[in-house]
Design a protein around this ligand. Sequence first.
Ligand SMILES: *Cc1c(COP(=O)(O)O)cnc(C)c1O
Length: 463
Amino acid sequence: MHEKQKLLASLPSVDEILKSQQGLEWLNKYPRKFVIQGIREAIDSQRKAIIENISFDFSPEDLNKEILKRIEFLSSYSLKHVINATGVVIHTNLGRSILSEKILENILKISSGYSNLEYDIEKGKRGKRYTHVKRILREVTGAEDALVVNNNAAAVFLSLNTLAKNKEVIVSRGELVEIGGSFRIPDVMKSSGAILREVGTTNKTHLFDYEQAINENTALILKVHKSNYRITGFSDEVPIEELVRLGRKHNIPVMFDLGSGCLIDLKQYGIHDEPAVKDIVKKGVDLTTFSGDKLLGGPQGGVIVGSKFYIDKIQKNPITRAVRVDKLTLAGFEATLMEYVDEEKAVKNIPTLRMILQSPEEIKKRAECFARKIKKYIANAIIKVMPDTSRAGGGSLPETDFPTFVVSIKPLNITVNEFEEKLRKGTPPVIARIKEDSLLFDARTLNEKDFPELVSRITSVLQ
Ligand SMILES: *Cc1c(COP(=O)(O)O)cnc(C)c1O
């Protein structure tokens, strides 16, 4: 008992540590508030350990280490850079599309100074923020008019709320999509005030199903792209061109929620289930909605393209103000879309497209280069380059396997689960996939500029 009291009495005070050489160094580097909190937490935890007979001694060095760990945690940002070794290019949990330097330069330029965000330079008076991306969107989609909002969920919500509040919207039962993250067509429909009129069955919907559902309260025919699933076997859906014809006949607008919204024709790359926005627009669809950060490869955003008549209406909806994009997004969007004027450049310059469409040979070269670098430092693991497959992610191209190459590392001194956890919890976190007793690093989503950091993380975990 006496020993315990002595030990407790020997714990330094917050003030003593603050005034020590080490304390002064911390105060120089970190916010005072976090330094004090870090010291207090570490002392409290040490005191508790003594009282509960967990600790019978402590060294000032260990205490300082504990304090620093806490100060660093308190001062660090929650949103961090991570290394994506999953091979999933549009990884929704890891931030979806990444942006190129060129696009970031434009965001930096526009947001670090003033801009004509809502100023008409020609006329010298107030302008509209939405005008900035209209021209380029018309150019790359062939649509008459366009509007960009916060994300595609907002684009769908806004369109339904503007065109179909308290009115019926006809949707096939095979297309009542859930995207994840609580975006479900029936729920969005409900909260927008539109009334869902389901037609057909899960596997088959015919044109007559739509036609029979039309009544004087029908405001819209909606088609939804089966982003993250496919219905195969005994199944049928109505092509968009037939829905457009039906809509024209009854004077009802037709909308297509494309989800991903690819701006190039992927058929030339052997991908047939993701239509190009341009081809959909050409078919006369009144409104087409899609994401900015899926296959398009830009910042988060939702694009609505189609007839000026309906887009004008949507722009006037007061809710548009609540889901409007900021200048960072607009700057990123305009620069991304500009790349699409020349499709060959888009495939090279937009990281999402480049990573999805790169050849297995290129990926293999990068995997081999990475494997060589780690082999230099690591002896206690089995390191191999192997063929595998990766997926696009982000609810895009769910059935398409992209041949890839992975670096497989089987640790010999720790379990694969420990290996995975330590890589995930360090700085920067590395996210990789376990397969049997190896950890797989898919070179599709690895960037050469991440190699030094990645190699040093792996080395520190395995040594
Ligand atoms: C992804 C997706 C959405 C939601 O888009 P966000 O940009 O994530 O809001 C809506 N509809 C479909 C069909 C989708 O695939």
